[in-house]
Design a protein around this ligand. Structure first.
Ligand SMILES: [Zn+2]
Length: 308
């Protein structure tokens, strides 16, 4: 889990669009065959070249959200921590940005991140966390359905300890992209943060996005990364964890089939498994989670075309 992230790189989608734009300009330039057009084409291509900055997730500073914090200019990237957990920093010497995951359990109010720059005094920047009210679901079920047997409880505790180590994975490489792909086609639920209360006992809130899909539907990597864990867990069923660098991880649960193994490098959009109904579920779907600096955050903030 501590091996350095691969430096394998894939072009951003934005970059591909820019080159298509340049190709059509090139045809126009050739038709006109004038020096002026060629000069204009060159200037347009420079403007359309992919920017060095990554596209950021949407800023939503609430429990389960992501705060985008401007760090200003400095020659080297500042090192930022929230508590003692390293925070993702992206940008360039003209402008650095911290991308801070906020835990679902965080209290609304002011938190601070610590910013360290070479040869400068430590700085504390405030992050204001606004309150949010996620939906609540109260269920009455037979007691045997919610109380685990001693054997199941022991298994769950072992798995919880293992998964705490997985979620703490941090490699320094900055993710190739902060815009993620929906890992399987299908209806996205907006149940992130849903508070489930079984027989008056609150359970952990829903910390991911459920995507409805039939068993066998292909699941692809949401971004370029490295497989850091594969397992078959009591609640999550057959599960894959990917490390995208900088403390950004994604998790894919309840799979029917897994076609990757720990250590594998995967490109964004590469096939990693199939939707299923393994673990504690009522039917086939993909549960997909995004973890940033060990906080499970709303995957919708990283996808195109989802507004809440
Ligand atoms: Zn789920």
């Amino acid at each position: 889990m501590s091996n350095p992230q691969s430096s394998r790189r894939h072009p951003f989608r934005r970059g591909l669009h820019a080159s298509r734009f340049c190709a059509s300009l090139r045809r126009v330039a050739l038709l006109r065959a004038s020096l002026l057009s060629v000069a204009l084409f060159a200037a347009a291509c420079l403007l359309a070249a992919p920017a060095a900055a990554l596209e950021l997730p949407r800023h939503r500073s609430v429990p389960g959200g992501v705060a985008i914090v401007d760090l200003g200019a400095s020659v080297e990237a500042p090192r930022v921590t929230l508590g003692d957990v390293p925070v993702l920093v992206v940008g360039n010497p003209e402008r650095w940005t911290a991308v801070v995951g906020i835990a679902l359990a965080a209290e609304p109010g002011v938190r601070h991140v610590t910013v360290r720059r070479a040869a400068q005094a430590e700085e504390r920047l405030s992050v204001v966390i606004a309150p949010v009210r996620y939906a609540e679901q109260r269920l009455r079920v037979a007691p045997g359905k919610v109380d685990l047997s001693a054997e199941d409880l022991a298994r769950y505790e072992r798995e919880r300890a293992h998964l705490a180590k997985v979620v703490a994975t941090h490699t320094d490489a900055v993710p190739v992209s902060l815009r993620l792909r929906q890992p399987t086609p299908g209806q996205r639920s907006s149940s992130f943060g849903l508070r489930r209360i079984f027989n008056d006992q609150p359970r952990s809130p829903h910390s991911g996005m459920d995507i409805a899909a039939a068993t066998g539907t292909p699941v692809v990597a949401a971004a370029t990364g490295r497989v850091i864990d594969v397992g078959d867990y009591f609640f999550n069923g057959k599960t894959i964890w990917l490390d995208h660098g900088g403390g950004l991880l994604t998790m894919y649960c309840h799979l029917h089939d897994i076609t990757v193994k720990p250590g594998d490098l995967v490109a964004a959009g590469e096939h990693i498994g199939e939707v299923g109904a393994s673990g504690r579920v009522t039917g086939p779907h993909l549960h997909w989670s995004v973890s940033l600096n060990r906080a499970m955050v709303d995957p919708a903030l990283f996808l195109d075309g989802v507004e809440e």
